[in-house]
Design a protein around this ligand. Structure first.
Ligand code: FAD
Length: 543
């Protein structure tokens, strides 16, 4: 059976009828990582997600697989070591969505780091993460720094440091992980909300959930339940009457997207802001994005948005560090805002709160996990599944995720990855498709690009228009559980952020295609069309 909402009734029957070893609540990176790890160990696993997979924080990050250089300043040595070392592993498991990216750290007069501290800091960072010698940091003088990035203002510039990180597409990483978990026997379903817990002998043995598409309740039974609900973790702990001791402190982080011609950054950079924080500016195809902020957040968890203060803060930072660009509000093409589910610590500001993950087990056996980083998802999953295995008292297979390539990333090594890319590009003429589209698909779907090409060919043979867009939508419906236009434009492709002007031309085509696939009535069709139009407007509406 395909991982598609076309098969939704079969999946809801499985959720209702089976008894699972493990039920995971939350389809972000944490939950999907746990589901994959547990499935590979032989557990019978279910995962439910109240919205779309990756619709929470896991589609709203800075999209870096990074060790967190700034955590070194806070002396979080173990955190930097653990997540730093994970970078190369996650890259090896998902080469198509985790791409090496050189990062430039400009050193400026009056900045937070001097030449010596930058050099030492970057060296320690590399050593802690076990970075290969040839990829270790390189210190640059002023002239070399300006050559790397001519947009930097030269008045206060002293030099720079170049070091290695990895760029990713957070929601694609989650979706590929969900596909792999499904392919290995897990049952994962979006638009199912956990509303309450089911208890036996005062122990959590499942959840009472609502199918948000059909409107009915489902009881899902499981020996162990993990709450991986990100910013919503405490709401579920409250339902479980176990919200005691450690609590979440949510902080908001936003990113602004500019057309590349407005902010033609050559080189990704990590640079100072006047308040002593540091932010990233990352060029990516036709855009450059910048972020992030870090402010305490106490409003609605479901729809954090970028506001005017966020915009002013980031614009000011960019215009000081890159004085020739002088960006304005009108230049912003798109934005996104995410919430960090951090653990509250008395007297600490948002930026000072630790990014370490925390596991909390209630008296009734609910396991909650919060905090952490996208980058450290695999280690978090291993820890949780070890715990579940131990609690179950049964013998399970050992953790396999360190060497298990996720969907689309099944390449032996870099040479095979590059060869595969070339082979796909070489087929452009045969498939009557622009090679730039194949390139985009390859960096979204990796080896699964073959499936998209097959769909595209069949659409061409049937004489359809807009075959490239339609092939991609159809693939996301039949292989990736997409059901709403926002699933496609935000979580499956990120087009609302990275290709907004072009994507806007396809809102009707994509929505019509989904309406056909799912037999929507005209009312439902119009409702989803207006939902996606509202979202495209909201990303540039600042209050
Ligand atoms: P989420 O992704 O929020 O997933 C939780 C899911 O649970 C949601 O999809 C939600 O809908 C679902 N859910 C909630 N309640 C229920 C319910 N009752 N029933 C069913 N489902 C439910 N990390 C990095 O490594 N690199 C970075 O560059 C980076 N940048 C960041 C930048 C920002 C601005 C932010 C905010 C975070 C960043 N992080 C980064 C951290 C990283 O994004 C998070 O640690 C990670 O995404 C959290 O994932 P999660 O799965 O725990 O939570």
């Amino acid at each position: 059976m395909q991982f598609s909402n076309i098969n939704r009734s079969a999946f809801t029957s499985t959720l209702h009828n089976e008894h699972f070893d493990l039920l995971v609540i939350g389809g972000g990176i944490t939950g999907c990582g746990i589901a994959l790890d547990a499935a590979l160990r032989g557990m019978k696993v279910a995962l439910i997600e109240k919205n779309d997979f990756a619709s929470g924080t896991s589609s709203r990050s800075t999209k870096l697989i990074h060790g967190g250089l700034r955590y070194l300043k806070q002396l979080e040595i173990k955190l930097v070591h653990d997540v730093g070392s994970e970078r190369a592993i996650v890259h090896r498991l998902a080469r198509h969505v985790v791409i090496p990216e050189k990062m430039l750290l400009p050193i400026v007069e009056g900045g937070s780091l001097g030449k010596f501290t930058t050099s030492l800091g970057l060296l320690v960072y590399d050593l802690l993460a076990g970075v290969k010698k040839e990829e270790r940091r390189k210190m640059l003088n002023k002239h070399e720094t300006l050559k790397e990035e001519p947009l930097l203002g030269d008045e206060k510039l002293l030099g720079g440091g170049l070091y290695f990180e990895y760029r990713t597409d957070d929601s694609r990483l989650v979706i590929e992980m969900a596909k792999s978990a499904f392919a290995n026997g897990a049952t994962l379903l979006n638009y199912i909300e956990a509303e309450d817990f089911v208890y036996e002998n005062n122990q959590v043995k499942g959840v009472k959930a609502k199918d948000l598409m059909a409107g009915n309740d489902i009881i899902i039974k499981a020996n162990h339940v993990v709450n991986a609900a990100g910013p919503w973790v405490d709401l579920l702990r409250k339902t479980n009457q176990s919200l005691k001791g450690k609590r979440l402190q949510l902080t908001k982080g936003v990113h602004l997207v500019f057309p590349f011609h407005k902010f033609p950054l050559k080189q990704a950079a990590y640079f100072d802001v006047v308040d002593g924080r540091m932010i990233f500016a990352i060029p990516r195809n036709n855009i450059t994005y910048v972020g992030t902020t870090d402010t305490v957040y106490n409003q609605s968890i479901d729809s954090p948005r970028c506001d005017r203060n966020d915009v002013d803060y980031l614009l000011q930072a960019i215009n000081i560090m890159f004085p020739t660009v002088q960006l304005k509000v009108e230049d912003i093409e798109s934005t996104w805002a995410g919430l960090r589910p951090l653990i509250h610590e008395d007297g600490k500001s948002a930026s000072e709160l630790s990014r370490k993950d925390e596991v909390m087990i209630s008296e009734t056996g609910l396991i909650s996990i919060a905090g952490g980083k996208l980058t450290g998802y695999r280690l978090m999953a291993e820890k949780i599944v070890d715990l579940v295995g131990k609690k179950s008292g049964k013998q399970w297979r050992k953790c396999k995720t360190k060497n298990f390539s996720i969907s689309g990333g099944e390449f032996k090594d870099e040479a095979e990855f590059q060869q595969s890319r070339k082979n796909f590009l070489d087929q452009a003429t045969d498939y009557e498709i622009d090679s730039s589209i194949i390139e985009q698909w390859f960096y979204r779907y990796g080896k699964n690009t073959a499936d998209l090409l097959a769909i595209h060919k069949s659409l061409k043979e049937k004489g359809h228009n807009h075959t490239e867009e339609l092939a991609e939508v159809q693939y996301c419906v039949t292989h990736e559980m997409a059901v709403h236009p926002n699933d496609y434009f935000i979580r499956r492709t990120g087009k609302i952020f990275f290709e907004k002007p072009a994507a806007e031309q396809h809102l009707n085509t994509v929505t019509q295609c989904l309406a056909n696939q799912f037999n929507w009535s005209e009312t439902v069709h119009q409702q989803y069309l207006s939902e996606v139009k509202n979202e495209f407007e909201a990303v540039t509406h600042f209050v």
